[in-house]
Design a binder for this molecule. Sequence first.
Ligand SMILES: CC(C)(COP(=O)(O)OP(=O)(O)OC[C@H]1O[C@@H](n2cnc3c(N)ncnc32)[C@H](O)[C@@H]1OP(=O)(O)O)[C@@H](O)C(=O)NCCC(=O)NCCS
Length: 163
Amino acid sequence: MRIPFIRSGRDYAVEPLRVDDSATLARIHREDFVPSWDEGDFESMLGEDVMFGYKTVEVGRARSGATGFVLARNISGEAEIITIAVARAHRRKGLGRLLMDAVLRELHGARAEALFLEVDEGNAAAVALYRQLGFREVGKRSAYYHSAAGTPSNALVMRRDLR
Ligand SMILES: CC(C)(COP(=O)(O)OP(=O)(O)OC[C@H]1O[C@@H](n2cnc3c(N)ncnc32)[C@H](O)[C@@H]1OP(=O)(O)O)[C@@H](O)C(=O)NCCC(=O)NCCS
């Protein structure tokens, strides 16, 4: 099931991701992730049947591209957030929450069982968002991430039951 269009207040809307969003997704991804994924990476991921995702766009300014996006994968009812990012200029406006809600809604429609994700335990914004949405910690991977300077940090594995 795809959610065609959901309004969020007056300013933003959520729409399904399309392969031709790949350049914009790479631009947003670059703001925060090292190594970042390029346009070709997003094109090939979005070409996979099990992948789906959503973007936020400013209403009336759809041509200026996405302001945030989430990419997820659903394999036989076990789903995973691949990545989520909101452009810095658009944060703390509820977009991250809106994107995650769209994923949860699609997965409920698909009768999926659980949604997993991995997050740097020091990423306070993301951890708070996920906890608010009912994710709980189910594991930890030591020194899973490395900053650009090579500093290691742990990944929390989180799960949200869908049934
Ligand atoms: C994590 C991220 C997607 C949140 O997006 P956002 O649109 O700013 O988040 P929202 O405005 O929807 O906030 C929802 C909740 O998340 C939490 N949150 C968001 N930003 C936060 C911050 N800077 N500090 C603490 N909590 C924060 C809060 O609980 C917030 O709820 P509240 O507004 O009622 O307090 C965004 O910070 C981001 O793109 N970060 C960089 C990429 C990243 O780290 N992705 C996650 C990888 S696992």
